[in-house]
Design a protein around this ligand. Sequence first.
Ligand SMILES: CC(C)(COP(=O)(O)OP(=O)(O)OC[C@H]1O[C@@H](n2cnc3c(N)ncnc32)[C@H](O)[C@@H]1OP(=O)(O)O)[C@@H](O)C(=O)NCCC(=O)NCCS
Length: 203
Amino acid sequence: MDDEALKGPGGEEGRMVAPFSFSSLRFVNLASGLWPEVLSRFFSALPQADARLNALGESLVDEVRQSTLSFHAGIVYPAGGGLLGLLGGYLVLDEVEIHTFFLHPDWRKKGIGSFMMKSFLSGCHSSGVSEVHLEVRSKNPARELYSRLGFRESGIRKGYYGPQWSPDGQSDDAILMVYTTGKTVDLPNPGESLMACLTGGSG
Ligand SMILES: CC(C)(COP(=O)(O)OP(=O)(O)OC[C@H]1O[C@@H](n2cnc3c(N)ncnc32)[C@H](O)[C@@H]1OP(=O)(O)O)[C@@H](O)C(=O)NCCC(=O)NCCS
């Protein structure tokens, strides 16, 4: 998947955009340095519906700044894109619970989310994490993405999401999913660097 040429945001309107390559993507620890301020600006600039549906705002920035239990990795495209998205969650003993997985709308459907999640799962595998858990709205297309990456469905919470959490304004079920790290998946590579950025505070 590396080095695939892709259009960046704005390409659809015919503006000149530098070629995009996966090998240019970098992970950062959002708790380090000035990244919490960058994250705050990133959230403020999002379309309101995106921010609301994904609970992205100042309370999450506060958690990034203060929490010792959670981790938050940002994905950055240095050549002009800045912060593209984030993956966050909790590490408890040898299990991870993902609570946030989000890419800016301009950068979706280019394989970046898969790249980030695969990198994260690879890092979990090599760091001794045994299981990665998450939950997803039953109608969220990301459910298909998780299945493709090797997550299996482990439970359902009927009507867990109220209408305010769904783009169509309807209540929805939560699907619980789990990834067991012993499983073999097609892992590209830089999981090590994603984990290293979280534990080493690079940024
Ligand atoms: C989920 C998310 C991080 C995935 O990142 P991404 O870079 O768009 O995903 P990829 O390009 O690697 O993979 C795309 C696949 O994911 C699924 N998918 C995820 N979100 C989708 C969307 N909004 N529309 C269509 N397909 C979507 C599809 O299976 C798609 O496969 P396809 O291209 O063959 O149709 C991103 O779409 C996003 O930020 N969505 C909004 C926030 C969200 O719902 N997060 C998940 C919470 S559980």
